[in-house]
Design a protein around this ligand. Structure first.
Ligand SMILES: Cc1cc2nc3c(=O)[nH]c(=O)nc-3n(C[C@H](O)[C@H](O)[C@H](O)COP(=O)(O)OP(=O)(O)OC[C@H]3O[C@@H](n4cnc5c(N)ncnc54)[C@H](O)[C@@H]3O)c2cc1C
Length: 542
């Protein structure tokens, strides 16, 4: 049923499923052409996760988290397509993403949020550079349509990239990066561009309504044709999507070996563009190579902060499942020091990277061009770096507290074998108060989340999703005001104070003092953060 909330339109999960039937994308999974995405079993875990983001926005208790009022239209929209205007918005986004990832592991839809927020910033910057307003006008028209129709966007940013040591224009196959083939194309009386090339990793591609194509790196003048940002419907002629199954779909898995990933999980797809026409009103820039790095930088900062909340939701699942395993094994971690230590470590890891997300919100700043709010880049990158490396530690702890049974238990078919099941349920019971069925249920959940295919998937998405660790380290160093800290210490050492000249005064452009960007503890240059508004809801992390 469609529901009108104040003056906006929000779909239910069922509406979203139905909406997919309006599109006819070319999708292949495991070598087979998919006839109907909405009905494809291999994609149901991904569609289920997306549907939850729609249903939760309609739940009264989550409305304040899962929806927000869009400042440019005054309409209440799904938070996953909302532009942040304060630190409070950034905090609420964090809580909303954590909430949906507790349920689904990964729900993709926050990528729409991260892409729209970065595009808002870059459109305003382009306008400022050119002294016009067309980019922002075009972006707002587009974004309001996405919000009003409650659509979800796939982020097509990571190109196939070919030889990593070469720039886009140096690749032997030009199609390893998406690029403009024709800047002046006409189709059905419309003016536009034509693009070709390959985006290698697009989460959820088959069950998106549209794709947002964005450059994945900064471009030089010679890479001009690769500096393209535009939106295309998922079934635009010339697009071919080659996808994997989402999670581990299948009825048999649902009732046993994969209790979580048979219900929720994401597909990732290679998306090939072969001379795809894009109408001009969907082209945000083409050939503006000087500005491509602003889009990647802004998107990465929003997305890394979002990843923090997503993985905190995953941490919540491991904390709960780890505690259940301790109980099923006959222990209360409170009384067993080494198990308590492990549980405390798991909690500390989860909450420390989440705290970086909170700090990134609190120290967020208004973008000087768009006035929308941007999370602090240092805290966003530190939080993402922490989760990228600590995910393996989180898995280890889940394994430590659970024991080897998580990968050695008899399979679910044995549960119904009259010759063995009765005996197994007797001998494999531990805590007399916890039935065998509940013990193996918790064990299989931990296997599914940490030790099977899906566990590996969560490791790799944590490590590389939103950029590999080297990218985060570069951003932390680049944005951290080391120069101010050097000056602080030099002042304490009384260098260059009073009559004594500074010993290094003769060095021009001294490298170590270059970065004196306004810090978090100085008065100059900082934009006063908006009011953090923590909503009065059952906190997702409790
Ligand atoms: C599950 C999952 C979902 C994802 N979803 C999306 C999505 O929806 N949309 C999207 O656009 N992207 C998505 N990504 C892609 C993600 O952003 C990339 O994986 C990430 O940016 C790394 O790129 P890559 O995988 O091509 O690895 P590579 O770039 O090949 O990196 C491999 C290693 O080589 C290093 N390296 C690479 N290039 C250089 C260089 N020039 N110099 C020195 N070292 C280098 C890297 O630091 C890394 O250690 C997803 C990734 C995963 C795993």
């Amino acid at each position: 049923m469609n529901t009108h909330t104040s003056n906006s339109f929000l779909m239910s999960g069922q509406d979203y499923r139905e909406s997919l039937k309006r599109y006819k994308p070319v999708v292949f999974i495991d070598g087979q052409r998919v006839q109907s995405v909405a009905d494809e079993r291999a994609l149901q875990p991904g569609i289920n996760a997306l549907a939850l983001t729609y249903d939760y926005a309609l739940k009264e208790q989550y409305q304040i988290l899962m929806t927000a009022v869009q400042s440019t239209s005054g309409k209440r929209v799904n938070r996953m397509s909302h532009i942040n205007m304060s630190s409070g918005d950034l905090l609420n986004k964090l809580e909303a993403v954590r909430l949906i990832c507790q349920e689904t592991g990964c729900a993709q839809r926050y990528l729409t949020h991260d892409a729209l927020n970065s595009l808002a910033q870059v459109s305003a910057r382009l306008d400022d550079a050119k002294g016009i307003t067309t980019h922002t006008d075009k972006f707002l028209n587009y974004m309001h349509r996405i919000q009003d129709q409650d659509l979800v966007l796939g982020v097509a940013m990571t190109d196939a990239k070919g030889d990593r040591s070469k720039r886009p224009h140096q690749q032997s196959n030009v199609d390893t990066y998406v690029h403009v083939v024709d800047y002046n194309a006409k189709h059905n009386g419309q003016h536009g561009i034509i693009i070709s090339g390959t985006k290698a990793i697009v989460t959820g591609a088959p069950y998106m309504h549209e794709l947002l194509v964005m450059p994945c790196r900064n471009m030089s003048e010679q890479d001009k044709d690769f500096a393209v940002c535009c939106a295309v419907p998922i079934d635009a002629p010339g697009i071919t999507i080659v996808a994997r199954p989402a999670g581990r779909p299948g009825e048999k898995l649902e009732h046993g070996a994969a209790p979580f990933s048979s219900k929720y999980g994401q597909t990732t797809a290679v998306v090939m563009f072969d001379k795809v026409f894009v109408a001009m009103d969907q082209v945000f820039y083409a050939g503006d190579w000087e500005h491509s790095h602003h889009l990647t930088y802004n998107y990465a900062t929003h997305h890394r902060q979002t990843c923090i909340a997503a993985r905190a939701g995953f941490g919540d699942l491991l904390i709960g499942a780890g505690a259940l395993m301790c109980e099923a094994n006959g222990f209360n971690p409170e009384n067993e020091t080494h198990l308590k230590d492990q549980m405390v470590e798991l909690i500390t890891i989860t909450e420390s990277f989440f705290a970086c997300g909170v700090a990134a919100s609190v120290y967020g700043k208004a973008d000087p061009f768009s006035q929308s709010f941007m999370p602090d880049p240092v805290f966003s990158n530190i939080g993402k770096l922490l989760l990228a490396t600590k995910i393996y530690e989180m898995h280890r702890i889940a394994h430590y507290v659970s024991g080897g049974l998580i990968v050695t238990l008899p399979g679910p078919d044995e549960d119904h074998n009259p010759e063995t099941s009765g005996k197994l349920s007797d001998v494999l019971r531990a805590n007399p108060q916890v039935p065998y069925e509940q013990r193996i249920e918790a064990a299989r959940l931990i296997e599914d989340l940490t030790a099977g295919y899906q566990g590996g998937w969560y490791s790799v998405i944590s490590l590389h999703g939103g950029g590999s660790p080297a990218a985060m380290k570069q951003e932390i160093y680049r944005n951290y005001p080391i120069g101010s800290k050097v000056e602080l210490v030099e002042r304490i050492l009384e260098r260059g104070i009073g009559e004594t000249p500074h010993p290094l005064a003769h060095i021009k452009n001294r490298a170590i003092t270059q970065n004196k960007q306004p810090g978090k503890c100085c008065d100059q240059g900082c934009t006063v953060p908006g009011q953090p508004v923590m909503v009065d809801l059952p906190m997702t992390k409790k």
